[in-house]
Design a protein around this ligand. Structure first.
Ligand code: ADP
Length: 501
């Protein structure tokens, strides 16, 4: 009887493999970074062969170090950086070029054109997404338009498309071409209603259907495939869970009821609110996405607020301004003062994502006087992370009518106690962090383990969730309202700063 479940977390900067036991506790892990390839300004690529190689190594190393073999595992789950687009040849298995990463903006003209002739509104309605460089559809169109011979191969079903979940599944299983609904919901090519590729959307981007993977649930009692004996597991293991990374964190945080939300604080922030089986179309600047689909159950949807710059603003204090030497020092410096004294920092380095979606915005520090110091700026940086999250949380309440009762958090920035206290103060609701911080890999393991009966139901997963720390609001309503009014004013100052066509 296998005692563990494995999960591969293929992220933007690294790939890790983790093993969890029945209580959801981590048993072993190994992690390796891969190269960020930036051939031109605005372009970001990954080498799919390198990602597969890293995956092999982290799996083999973890199993060896833990003294475990494939028979100790009940199932394998995959989770991945979303939207990043890979195309490879069905016969040779070789990629047609580097993967185009979600951050890559080379498709800005393709995306802008969609809004000029009404196609944008169809995409918003069917796919739940605003046309943007962020999503896979335009990236795939770019490849079809620029790689010699690719379109002909794609039409014959010789060339295959996938996000990195699909690429790894293909390699692990020796040729299964499948993705899950959550990843498919980030392409601008899937209709949220039918949960299938949509011919009208495919037509907008000129994408041949034969190159697309089959869309399956996120948790699959009938496995997507089985790992091959020649692969890193050295034997057959059913692959039964796939989730995009933010959706996996939502599952890892056991947000299984409508109205439950989690906020992940990394380079950027991603707040997802479970809206149940209802598709809520945003009027307030959020995305509609599939949260998960378990087996034959109906899909569960989410509203998502994506914020481009949060933890990376702390990196900016460290790397560009040099006022701290490590990210954790931001807490020490900010704690030297107990108020920013009217100073706000809006880190709109590459425009503003949700809920504003303004590419003409640029960063600003406002409200400065001679009195202000680096400590005030550090505190304003932490507050900016929290105010941006409040903007998104407020948009969610507007769209869904649900008032957050508690915000579950995870990610690197949540190590910052002061920042989490500020989040509770600025939001006016308690903030809660779980014991297992690796919610993304855990969510993929949960999806896989639910499919095989390793975990019986979501009730059992809920029982695995334990709070490690809670921060409760301490500001008066007046302070909270005054602080937020100042933030909204500061955001206005950053808009309409650069020209965009
Ligand atoms: P990602 O998965 O996006 O790479 P992580 O969850 O690993 O992100 O978090 C990394 C981010 O968290 C970095 O941007 C870093 O600046 C920030 N960070 C890490 N520790 C702290 C801290 N103690 N205080 C503030 N920010 C932090």
């Amino acid at each position: 009887m296998a005692d563990f479940v494995g999960a591969v977390d293929q992220g933007t900067t690294s790939t890790r493999f983790m093993i969890f036991d029945h209580s959801g506790a981590e048993v072993a892990r190994h992690q390796l970074e891969h190269t960020q390839i930036m051939p031109r300004p605005g372009w970001v690529e990954h080498d799919p062969a390198e990602i597969w190689e890293r995956t092999r190594t982290v799996v083999e190393t973890t199993l060896r170090r833990a003294g475990l073999g494939v028979t100790d595992l009940a199932a394998l789950g995959l989770t991945n950086q979303r939207e990043t687009t890979v195309v490879w040849n069905r016969r040779t298995g070789r990629p047609y070029g580097n993967a185009i990463v979600w951050q890559d903006t080379r498709t800005d003209r393709i995306a802008a054109a969609l809004d000029r002739d009404g196609r944008g509104d169809v995409i918003r309605h069917k796919a739940g997404l605003p046309p943007a460089t962020y999503f896979s559809g335009a990236k795939l169109q770019w490849m079809l338009d620029h790689v010699d011979g690719l379109r002909a191969d794609a039409e014959r079903g010789e060339a295959l498309f996938g996000t990195t979940d699909t690429w790894l599944l293909w390699n692990l299983t020796g040729g299964v071409h499948v993705t899950d609904v959550t990843n498919a919901s980030r392409t601008m090519l899937m209709d949220l209603q039918t949960l299938d590729w949509d011919d009208e959307l495919l037509g907008f981007f000129g994408i041949p259907r034969p190159m697309l993977p089959e869309i399956r649930p996120s948790s699959a009692p009938d496995p997507y495939g089985t790992t091959t004996a020649g692969g890193p597991f050295g034997g057959e293991l059913p692959v039964t869970g796939i989730l995009g990374d933010q959706q996996a964190a939502t599952v890892g945080q056991v947000c299984f009821a409508a109205g439950e939300a989690k906020n992940t604080y990394g380079t950027g922030n991603f707040l997802l609110l479970n809206t149940g089986t209802e598709i809520v179309r945003s009027k307030a600047g959020l995305l509609t996405t599939v949260a998960y689909q378990f087996g034959a159950d109906p899909a569960v949807f989410a509203l998502e607020g994506s914020i481009a710059v949060t933890g990376s603003a702390v990196q900016w204090l460290r790397d560009q301004l040099g006022i701290i030497s490590a990210a954790a020092d931001s807490e020490v410096l900010a704690a030297q003062v107990d108020d920013t004294e009217g100073c706000y920092f809006v880190p709109a380095f590459s425009g503003l994502f949700a809920p504003y979606w303004r590419s003409d915005a640029r960063g600003a520090v406002v409200g400065l006087s001679r009195f202000h110091s680096g400590a005030h700026l550090a505190r304003a940086t932490l507050e900016a992370i929290c105010y941006q999250s409040r903007d998104v949380a407020q948009a969610m309440e507007q769209d869904s009518g649900v008032r957050l009762e508690v915000l579950k958090v995870d990610g690197g920035v949540t190590a910052n106690d002061l920042c989490m206290q500020l989040q509770a103060d600025i939001l006016g609701v308690p903030v809660s962090r779980p014991v297992v911080a690796e919610t993304t890999a855990l969510g993929a393991a949960y999806a896989a383990g639910l499919a095989t009966g390793f975990w019986r139901d979501t009730g059992e997963l809920r029982a695995n969730w334990h709070e490690s720390k809670r921060w409760t609001p301490s500001w008066t309503e007046d302070r909270r309202a005054g602080g937020y009014a100042g933030w909204r004013k500061a955001v206005q100052r950053t808009l309409d700063w650069v020209e965009v066509d």
